[in-house]
Design a protein around this ligand. Structure first.
Ligand SMILES: CC(C)(COP(=O)(O)OP(=O)(O)OC[C@H]1O[C@@H](n2cnc3c(N)ncnc32)[C@H](O)[C@@H]1OP(=O)(O)O)[C@@H](O)C(=O)NCCC(=O)NCCS
Length: 332
């Protein structure tokens, strides 16, 4: 720490560039590690690959919502950060990423390097990316054990409303799946053929309709990201061919997102996704407390609750989390 307590560190904010992302990973890791140890979490390994991919997606889809805070080199002397890739002699000591998806503004990430925290930098970054979004609905996800972020966002009206539970593990045995009346159609089957053919168009239209009906907005760019990540998607069809839900699973064990028309389908779809792949390691999923069908199915399968719950925060209601399970805490 190189600034006196109570003073605002001399940092400037500027739009992020792809070359900043490794430094953002460093800030993320330092921030979470320092505060995690304080609340009794084990030290986190630094595995930057998946996070770099996610940050790249955030920057590519909402560049105007992604800012970095850069400290003068002299001030940042103690911070273990990469040099500012702009060559301006500064170091990245904080960053923010906000996404605008239709009418919903979502704070994906806000992190400040330890030593620069609790001096107004987080508020400065947040105020800057909030500017101009007054007509939007605002939302984010927080860690329930973190008073600073929950207090900061609440002061902007983005209040903690709903717990999201992390479940991890492998099914103990056979898991109940879909009723006979519901058919699972792999996205891969629909994606075969030209991109403007009937399969891809049906898939895109179904995702858009289901997302609007459950999450409250469509987000095709995030489905593209999931496809690039190799997540395996299924459309769920009723006997008459009507699409009544979708869900994703993956070889690396990530479950979700899931969207269903009828909350009664949440459990069967979750069971089907668990039974569709055998991941190398464990399954993991972030399940809103209100998605009770998914929560019950995962507990029944033997997955365990891990860590503190997260919280979904918003200023105005926008989604039906009984019928929607998010992608991650950083992108709903
Ligand atoms: C969370 C984080 C981004 C906030 O940035 P910051 O620069 O430390 O925050 P600021 O100094 O701008 O603002 C902190 C606010 O919380 C308030 N605050 C802090 N502790 C509080 C508490 N226990 N109760 C109520 N308010 C509290 C401060 O008074 C301040 O509010 P104000 O601006 O209205 O005075 C930063 O601390 C961080 O990166 N932490 C580690 C990683 C992390 O936990 N990230 C969030 C995961 S959800």
């Amino acid at each position: 720490m190189t600034t006196a307590p109570g003073t605002e560190p001399p940092v400037r904010l500027r739009p992020a560039r792809p070359g900043d992302l490794p430094a953002c990973v460093g800030v993320w890791h330092a921030g979470l590690t320092e505060y995690g140890l304080r609340v009794g979490r084990p030290a986190m390994p630094l595995s930057s690959g998946p996070l770099l991919g996610l940050l790249g997606h955030l920057l590519a889809t909402d560049p105007q919502g992604f800012l970095v805070a850069v400290a003068d080199a002299a001030d940042a002397g103690g911070a273990p950060m990469d040099a500012d890739p702009a060559g301006a002699g500064g170091q990245v000591v904080g960053f923010v990423s906000a996404l605008l998806r239709e009418h919903v503004w979502f704070l994906a990430m806000l992190f400040v390097q330890p030593g620069y925290q609790e001096r107004g930098l987080g508020r400065r970054l947040l105020s800057r990316v909030l500017a101009g979004s007054e007509d939007a609905t605002h939302a984010t996800c927080t860690d329930s054990a973190q008073p600073i972020s929950n207090a900061l966002y609440s002061r902007f009206g983005i209040m903690p409303r709903l717990p999201v539970l992390e479940l991890v593990g492998r099914p103990r045995g056979a898991v109940a799946g879909l009723p006979g009346s519901i058919r699972a159609v792999p996205f891969e089957l629909l994606r075969a053929g030209p991109s403007d053919g009937p399969g891809p168009l049906r898939l895109a239209a179904s995702l858009e309709r289901l997302d609007r009906a459950t999450l409250g907005y469509a987000h095709p760019q995030d489905h593209d990201y999931l496809a690039a990540q190799g997540r395996l998607g299924y459309l769920y069809e009723a006997g008459d061919g009507r699409v009544v839900g979708y869900g994703y699973t993956s070889e690396v064990g990530r479950l979700g997102p899931i969207a269903v028309e009828d909350p009664g389908l949440m459990g069967p779809v979750t069971g089907h996704l668990l039974g569709s792949v055998r991941p190398a390691g464990a399954f993991s999923a972030w399940i809103p407390g209100s998605a009770s069908g998914a929560l019950a199915a995962l507990l029944e399968a033997g997955l365990l609750l891990e860590d503190f719950p997260a919280l979904v925060c918003w200023d105005r209601p926008f989604a039906d989390f009984e019928r929607y399970v998010p992608i991650t805490l950083a992108v709903l």
